[in-house]
Design a protein around this ligand. Sequence first.
Ligand code: DGI
Ligand code: FE
Ligand code: FE
Length: 190
Amino acid sequence: MLNEQKRQSILEVLETQISKKRYEHVLRVEKKAIELATAYNVDVEKCQYAALLHDYAKEWSMEQYQVILNKYALDMTMLDYGSEILHGPVAAMIANEQFHIKDKDILDAIFYHTIGHDVMSDVAKVLFVADYIEDGRTFHGVVEARVLARQSLDSAIVYKLQQTIMFLAQKKVSIFPDTIKAYNTWISKF
Ligand code: DGI
Ligand code: FE
Ligand code: FE
């Protein structure tokens, strides 16, 4: 478990960055991440760090994203997809820079929490699934996702990728190519 003092110091800063509604989402993701990490024997503390910081930059402006993208030479094509795609990679940079988190599992989990990735650490898997099925989610398919998450993290990951791509295509919005790439990898190995 994450030390409560450290946890509170993160929450104090997080509160200044996101709305109350999103803050509560983050607490529910943390709760679900602890639950999944415990069930699947994954490092709980790492999963808590990843959960607490994953949406840190979700309400930032494009100008703020641009600064981080330039500073860390991140993929500029992400700019075409807006905050939905940018907030994870940017939050990973902030976790490193501002919260001095150097653990690659945690940083990658935050970076890929929206997009997914071909190779995901156990921490990344836990966050990817916890974000999708936390208790506040009510979208069509979440019940199925929760059932799958009890069977295996991998099956829930494939389901999330598949559902997300279908959802975006239905909405007629562009899909970030790396999400398709992750889907292709996961669907073929599953
Ligand atoms: O930040 P959260 O809302 O907790 O969850 P998230 O980081 O998984 O973001 C989900 C949102 O991002 C959801 O509305 C779908 C959207 N999204 C995911 N992949 C893509 C995407 N949007 C676009 N335009 N393209 C994508 O590839
Ligand atoms: Fe997010
Ligand atoms: Fe989230």
